[in-house]
Design a protein around this ligand. Structure first.
Ligand SMILES: [Zn+2]
Length: 260
């Protein structure tokens, strides 16, 4: 059977070296969902397409249908994300976005809303927006677009309203719990502060332009991150490797501005 060729806009989520000189790319395409393709000879010196076979590359890819995996035959860049790549915190956030996009999508199942979300997140990281805010906005909207929208408007258990009080977050239940459901359950949950609840509501209802106006101090950021990490873990049932890497970077001593 003659091989057929097609073009698709895609973002490289991850790569895996194969044999002497080849590499398998996991692409999130705009129209065909997640596709794994082989880039032959890409690790040879002077390989023509080497620059396109790196994680977080956003381009239009020319692919030929293969018996097992499709084969990369050409590429044009759409975005370099040079600023993102120049900053350790931003690139770690980019890898986090890519890892979650990989975990939340299945091969060959169209996922255009998730493609758009990933593209948005990378563009805002590249524009210099705070990595934590981009990641939390991404977490919430990824959960939403994947059918796991956390309940932040009413109690996830009894649908009662969430007023100021001892609300809690339950990743297993899928969102916020009211004080009476918390009391009835007789087990301990993560406390959900009112300002975290309001922030989650705001982020979930906002595009990034609006989300970027949210002012979040360190304790609030840590609380929101804890809740959303729980929710993400609940869906994928495993740790997020790149989140651990982000934690390690956060623990690095900061360069003194005097010495910078
Ligand atoms: Zn309740």
């Amino acid at each position: 059977m003659a091989s057929r060729s097609y073009r698709t806009e895609a973002i490289v989520l991850k790569t895996l070296d194969l044999g002497e000189a080849d590499r398998i790319l996991t692409l999130l395409t705009r129209h065909f969902g997640k596709v794994r393709v082989v880039a032959k000879g890409i690790r040879k010196p002077l390989a023509r397409l080497a620059g396109y076979a790196e994680p977080l590359t956003h381009g239009t890819f020319q692919l030929a249908r293969g018996r097992n995996l499709d084969v990369l035959t050409g590429a044009e860049s759409r975005a370099h994300y040079a600023t993102l790549r120049g900053d350790l915190v931003s690139i770690a956030a980019g890898w986090y976005v890519a890892e979650l996009a990989d975990r939340f999508t299945a091969d060959h199942l169209p996922a255009a809303p998730i493609f758009d979300l990933v593209e948005n997140a990378l563009r805002h990281l590249d524009a210099g927006h705070g990595a934590a805010l981009v990641c939390r906005w991404f977490d919430l909207h990824l959960l939403d677009r994947s059918g796991f929208r956390p309940e932040v408007i009413v109690c996830v258990n009894c649908s009662g309203s969430l007023v100021e009080g001892q609300n809690a977050w339950s990743s297993a239940a899928g969102g916020a719990l009211c004080p009476s459901c918390v009391a009835r359950a007789g087990e301990s949950f993560a406390q959900l502060s009112l300002r975290a609840l309001k922030s989650l509501r705001y982020l979930l209802a906002s595009d990034f332009a609006s989300a970027s106006r949210l002012r979040v101090d360190a304790p609030l950021a840590a609380e929101i991150e804890r809740h959303l990490r729980g929710s993400v873990h609940q869906v994928i049932d495993r740790d997020v490797v790149t989140a651990r890497f982000q934690d390690e970077i956060a623990r690095l001593p900061r360069r003194s501005p005097v010495l910078a």
